[in-house]
Design a protein around this ligand. Structure first.
Ligand code: PGA
Length: 253
């Protein structure tokens, strides 16, 4: 059975004073029914990891370079993330794809580097509103999955996050049927490529305007193994109820 995962993506938010949120999140989470991962900005990774060391909260990065080291001013490698205490990294987020022109090939190379450094990768895929309106969603997802996920993917080292671009930070979410259609499709593509064992063990997260008020119904959708949460991960008051809803959904299986 796939273990549930609630991942928080702080994006370019958070100063040292915000680390106290982690204490509250950790205090309300024993790790029994779900995994919790918080991805703060790189500047807070080491103190966040130290703060969460004796808790059931893990810490991850939001991006990494495809190479282990070298002349790449301003970049951070997967080995550096691991060295700072990260156990995972988000890759190919639509904000990286849009703001930094990241291609599927680059995301795949980064994922390979992250796996080599022992990190679990959360590879993000998702369609724009134009692509959905043109009925291209499943083609886009198929292409991103094929291009961004490396051949060495396993259930342990790879998580996929379906994040429709039009749902990120907008307060709009797809219907449960739309989420289920994409998640079932992703599952079938992973099984076709990696076989039953690996294909069924890779966890599939939904991301895009997940809030305490809609989390439980999203977690009831087939093949939704958790969430990648942006805005609602910044405050424990928002994130902890989402973690609780995920833990409840695990117990009700
Ligand atoms: P949001 O962001 O929850 O603020 O919509 C999700 C994400 O981009 O990972």
């Amino acid at each position: 059975m796939r273990r549930k995962l609630a991942a928080g993506n702080w994006k370019m938010n958070g100063l040292a004073g915000d680390l106290a949120q982690l204490d509250t999140i950790a205090a309300g989470h024993d790790g029994a029914a779900a995994e919790v991962l918080i991805c703060p900005p790189a500047t807070l990774l080491a103190p966040a990891a130290a703060r969460c060391a004796d808790t059931a909260v893990a810490v991850g990065g939001q991006d990494c370079h495809a190479e282990a080291a070298g002349a790449h001013t301003g970049d951070v490698s997967a080995r550096m993330l691991a060295d700072a205490g990260a156990t995972a990294v988000i890759l190919g987020h639509s904000e990286r794809r849009e703001d930094h022109g990241e291609t599927d090939d680059l995301v795949r190379a980064k994922a390979g580097a992250a796996h080599a450094a022992g990190l679990m990768t959360i590879v993000c895929v998702g369609e724009s509103l134009e692509q959905r309106d043109a009925a291209n969603t499943l083609d886009i997802i198929a292409g991103q999955l094929a291009g961004s996920v490396p051949d060495g993917a396993t259930g342990e080292n790879t998580v996929i996050a379906y994040e429709p671009i039009w749902a990120i930070g907008t307060g709009r979410t797809p219907t449960n049927d739309q989420i289920g259609e994409v998640h079932d499709f992703m599952r079938s593509r992973l099984v076709a490529r990696f076989g039953e064992g690996v294909g069924r063990s890779v966890r599939l997260l939904y991301g895009g305007s997940v809030k305490p008020g809609n989390a439980a119904e999203i977690f009831a959708v087939s093949n939704v193994d958790g969430a990648l949460v942006g805005g609602a991960s910044l405050r424990a008051d928002d994130f902890s109820p989402i973690v609780a809803a995920l833990s409840d959904s695990a117990q009700s299986i």
